[in-house]
Write a protein that binds this ligand. Structure first.
Ligand code: AMP
Length: 421
């Protein structure tokens, strides 16, 4: 038997209904905020992520699916989507059409991580970006949109963790202070954190090692050494979030795992997910586009882990998504009834009633069993007698009642039956 690649999974019905419902709400809400969809390739040049997400990040260092294609190019399955959006923004000269670009994407991302609950090697993200705006009002608007989306899914009580990682202006001296702070405790750091300390000291603050947690807790705080502009950006953002009633918590150690962030970084976590509890990560990336060779263009975005989101989406939303209309089973009893069954199914669909023709074999028993297995609630049986009379037998499979109905009135009859208004 050939099985799915480790860390990947099939999304199958009826669960795919929940995914679709979530995506529909995302599209509706993002549209309300002026965002349009962008779809970038799943494969990108490996260099794109090395120069954006960063050589020393965990993603580039050990999680990327990189391969050489037949033309000798170093290709990556994208591990995230912001770098691809930035590449497209530059390549398609979106800056020239002026103003601010508000975009969103929905799609699969790939990281070679150790699979566990809520962590996959192929996972999906729903993300949004505002490119070309540096004002804290755009940070606020993006976070407000995120909370609008989450509350329309029925979430309540979620809080965003917020921090500022400043800019190059203040980061250099902060990193020196961090290195000075951690250096005497080097032996307490595991190999991963030692590598981070050498290559990318900020990331030690993001250590998942419980032995390092107390050290991190009393490490220097970026918030204490922000340059004046970053500080006022941060404070203005907080004021706007207060005014909008968006709940947040300042998290001075939040740094996030991607190198391109400047100033605002944020994360939303949800309970019920265990260790992998972050459902959203985001931040400002004022240097990303110029680092990739584009014009100096600020930006901010977030990415929602759709797999985790669907896992914890409130029950009400899930039930509603799953309780969608079911098709009416149309069961021809003999081969001669198949033509009439097809034509009846077309009349039903034309009237907006979903129909599923079941040619399961001989006799009414097999077809009905198949319909019940699919949890269908209404069946229409077409047999020889009915063909002669121009009727059909409509069965309510839940109530176990049945009635003979004239074919010309059957659409109306089905429309008035429960569940099919
Ligand atoms: P990041 O792109 O690392 O900022 O991640 C943004 C969000 O994507 C996280 O908060 C998770 O919800 C989700 N995510 C990241 N990696 C994975 C993974 N391996 N499996 C499932 N979800 C993930």
């Amino acid at each position: 038997m050939i099985t799915a690649v480790k860390g990947t999974r099939d999304l199958v019905p009826p669960e795919t209904r929940v995914w679709n419902a979530v995506e529909t709400v995302a599209r509706e809400v993002f549209f309300l905020y002026g965002h349009d969809e962008i779809r970038t390739p799943v494969i990108e040049p490996a260099e794109l992520f090395i120069r954006s997400v960063g050589e020393a990040s965990d993603i580039v260092h050990k999680e990327m699916y990189t391969f050489e294609d037949r033309g000798g190019r170093a290709i990556c399955l994208r591990p995230e989507n912001t770098a691809g959006v930035a590449r497209a923004y530059i390549e398609r000269q979106m800056a020239q059409t002026g103003g601010v670009k508000k975009l969103y994407y929905i799609g699969p991302q790939f990281r070679y991580e150790r699979p566990q609950k809520g962590r996959y090697r192929e996972f999906r993200q729903i993300g949004a970006e505002i490119v070309g705006a540096s004002d804290p009002a755009s940070d606020a608007e993006l976070i407000i949109m995120l909370f609008d989306f989450l509350s329309r899914l029925g979430f309540s009580g979620l809080t965003t963790s917020l921090n500022s990682v400043g800019t190059d202006a203040c980061r250099g001296s902060f990193i020196e202070a961090l290195v000075d702070y951690f250096a005497p405790h080097k032996e307490r750091l595991g190999p991963d954190d030692q590598r981070r300390l050498a290559q990318n000291p900020l990331r030690v603050l993001d250590s998942k090692d419980p032995a390092v947690a107390p050290l991190v807790a009393s490490a220097p705080r970026m918030l204490d050494v922000l340059d004046a502009d970053s500080r006022s950006h941060h404070e203005e953002l907080l004021k706007m979030l207060d005014e909008a009633g968006v709940p947040y918590r300042i998290e001075p150690r939040l740094v996030r795992g991607l190198d391109y962030y400047t100033r605002t970084v944020f994360e939303v976590t949800a309970s019920g997910l265990g260790a992998q509890d972050a459902i959203v990560g985001g931040g400002r990336y004022d240097r990303l586009i110029s680092d990739l060779g584009g014009p100096r263009t600020p930006g901010i975005g977030f990415a929602i882990g759709e797999d985790r989101l669907v896992d914890v989406v409130p029950d009400g939303f899930r039930k509603k998504a799953l309780s969608g209309r079911l098709p009416v089973a149309i069961i021809p009893l003999a081969p001669g009834d198949r033509g009439p069954a097809l034509s009846l199914s077309r009349s039903l669909r034309a009237a907006g009633i979903p129909a599923d023709v079941i040619t399961a074999g001989k006799g009414p028993g097999t077809g009905l069993k198949a319909a019940e297995k699919k949890s269908l609630r209404i069946a229409v049986l077409l047999g020889e007698d009915e063909r002669r009379e121009g009727t059909a037998v409509v069965k309510d499979l839940t109530a176990r009642t049945q009635e003979k109905v004239a074919l010309e009135g059957i659409v109306r009859y089905l429309q008035t039956m429960e569940g099919h208004p």
